[in-house]
Design a protein around this ligand. Structure first.
Ligand code: PGA
Length: 254
């Protein structure tokens, strides 16, 4: 069994005091960090504070997005080197909110992924279909395109140990979760796609998280599926008790 990986995406939420408070509670409450990888992804402006609080813990800290360039005249943007400089080790790339609201393309996501790797940041690449795409039976086609585009030109050794989050867009923040069987089926498809591109060993080294309305109540069933290696948690990660509860559910499968 792979070590499960539970990541909390705080999105554009919390005050600085609240962010610090959650970080401290995680620092005190994490007993399962040996068996589960745990990461939090605060808003950019809270990253340094959260990195400082969690620096002696085993909890990873990452950004929710980054720019593909190293530096220069890109007003309002943040580079991978800057994230690394303040102590971040991880980054989310291609979240569906970036794809849909900010129109990020697979090609931009691919450039960001390469920039993350260049800066020694460990990325979570997000993929997932919309409700309309699922209704039109296009889930596999969409996920396959996002994977091929996102991973374009990456060598097997760069893909080794990567994390992919399967997040059906219709399940994000809606309270509508994919059934464990529905999620597992897409995860198996993703694993097979990776296997045919990079071989079995590399495909097995990649953790595939499920994301979309994961909470303490449904985590056990989802994480118990053979192809689900963790979760990317939005809303429920804002409550440290719920998040810790999800982590402890994951510990039983690591
Ligand atoms: P949610 O968000 O858990 O609030 O549905 C998940 C995500 O967007 O990563």
């Amino acid at each position: 069994m792979k070590k499960q990986y539970i990541a909390g995406n705080w999105k554009m939420n919390l005050t600085l005091d609240e962010a610090r408070d959650i970080a401290r509670k995680l620092c005190d409450g994490i007993a399962d960090a040996e068996t589960v990888d745990i990461g939090v992804f605060p808003p950019f402006v809270y990253l340094k504070d959260v990195c400082d609080i969690l620096s002696d813990s085993k909890v990873f800290v990452g950004a929710q997005n980054m720019n593909m360039e190293q530096h220069g005249a890109f007003t309002g943007e943040v580079s991978g080197g800057m994230l690394k400089d303040i102590g971040c080790t991880h980054v989310i790339i291609g979240h569906s909110e970036r794809r849909t609201i900010y129109k990020e393309t697979d090609s931009e996501i691919n450039s960001k992924l390469k920039a993350a790797l260049l800066n020694d940041l460990q990325p979570i690449l997000c993929v997932g279909e919309s409700q309309d795409e699922r209704d039109a039976d296009k889930t596999r086609e969409v996920v396959e395109k996002q994977l091929s585009g996102g991973l374009l030109d990456l060598k097997p050794e760069q893909v080794e140990g990567l994390t992919i989050a399967y997040e059906p867009v219709w399940a994000i923040g809606t309270g509508k979760t994919a059934t464990p069987e529905q999620a597992n089926e897409v995860h198996a498809f993703i694993r097979n796609t990776l296997r045919s591109k990079y071989g079995d060993d590399t495909a097995q080294s990649i953790r595939i998280q499920y994301g979309g309305s994961v909470n303490a109540g449904n985590a056990k069933e989802l994480l118990g599926q053979p192809e689900i290696d963790g979760a990317l948690v939005g809303g429920a990660s804002l409550d440290p008790n719920s998040f810790l509860d999800i982590v402890s559910k994951a510990a039983s499968f690591s």
